[in-house]
Write a new protein. Structure first.
Length: 334
């Protein structure tokens, strides 16, 4: 997200420090470990595919499709988001032995290119689940209504790295497209498992379509209303259900400025919003003072960027979006 030259003495933001350490570490690991890691082992037809996913929603979608034909391992550990991930030698080794790597794309996993290069696994298949998914552009700095955001071509980056918002997984129907892309990629990697991959993907996408129908009915009375989230993870969800999303800061690592808080205060008063939405991973501290001043509540809306491993399942994805919708109704005073 727009959502950078620094003088040497100025410390970088926490998220950027994590990305910088990751990049530097990968430069070192790519050379030093090149001769230390085990060489890639050719995949054998009778052995489950070794599939590595990047972060929580992609892991959930892949587990919905994989079945016994693949072992699915998340690259980013529980409780760590793609902003703060720092690669280790074991991560390089895991990619070196993997058959398939599955990512969200759109720049949210900005660390991946160097990590893949360092792994030196020429047989690794990379599945980009954003391929073919309509995207929304990020607004100008300072937030704003994202309900009519312009669609953009792939290749931009979210979270401060370009023009495209990457949070496509929060729209159930875009998630359907991601699941089908995973299905097709796994079939290409293991054609013998086509029937199982196809059947499991069909079952899960039917659940996602049912979820979309239920959420659309639940949120229809609030069409056109605006809600405020702490950072800009919500435009795809908002667009799908005829809502308007705005935010306080571009990325979770940023601190809101007085101007940000004034803008949100005026918007909340004008729209009679009953609550501000904060990711449970970030806590409510960022909003508490503003919410108290406005006489409103702070209610969680889970972006699914991080969470425990138990949250990286198909069922947990669906229950989280249902909970998000119910909390949004509360924010609108329903």
């Amino acid at each position: 997200m727009p959502h950078q030259s620094h003088n040497p003495p100025t410390p970088a933001p926490a998220g950027m420090r994590g990305r910088t350490r990751c990049a530097l570490g990968l430069v070192i690991l790519g050379g030093w470990l090149a001769g230390c890691l085990p060489r890639p082992i050719a995949s054998t037809p009778g052995k489950p595919l070794a599939v590595v996913t990047t972060f929580l929603p992609i892991t959930a979608f892949t587990r919905a499709v994989a079945g016994d034909c693949a072992t699915v391992t998340a690259l980013i550990p529980p409780g760590v988001g793609p902003h703060d991930f720092q690669a280790t030698p074991s991560d390089l080794s895991r990619l070196r032995q993997a058959d398939v790597l599955i990512k969200n794309g759109l720049g949210v996993e900005g660390f991946l290119d160097k990590l893949i290069a360092g792994a030196e696994n020429p047989r690794l298949r990379v599945i980009d689940t954003s391929q073919g998914v309509p995207t929304l552009t990020l607004p100008e700095a300072g937030g704003g209504d994202q309900s009519g955001a312009e669609q953009a071509e792939h290749g931009g980056h979210g979270h401060g790295h370009g023009e495209v918002n990457p949070h496509i997984w929060l729209d159930p129907l875009r998630a359907v497209q991601q699941v089908n892309t995973i299905r097709d990629g796994l079939i290409a990697a293991r054609p013998a498992c086509r029937a199982g991959f196809t059947a499991r993907a069909a079952r899960f996408t039917a659940e996602l379509q049912g979820l979309n129908t239920a959420l659309a009915a639940q949120l229809k009375p609030y069409a056109g209303k605006t809600f405020v989230a702490f950072h800009d993870f919500a435009p795809y969800f908002a667009e799908r259900y005829g809502l308007k999303a705005t935010f306080v800061v571009d990325v979770p690592e940023e601190n809101p400025t007085p101007a940000d808080l004034r803008r949100v205060a005026l918007l909340a008063q004008a729209t009679q919003l009953k609550a501000l939405l904060s990711e449970p991973q970030e806590g409510s501290g960022s909003f508490e003072a503003l919410a108290n001043d406005l006489g409103v509540k702070v209610i969680p809306f889970d972006s699914l960027e991080t969470g425990p491993d138990t949250a990286a399942t198909p069922g947990a994805y669906i229950s989280t979006l249902r909970r998000n919708a119910s909390n949004l109704v509360r924010a609108f005073g329903g």
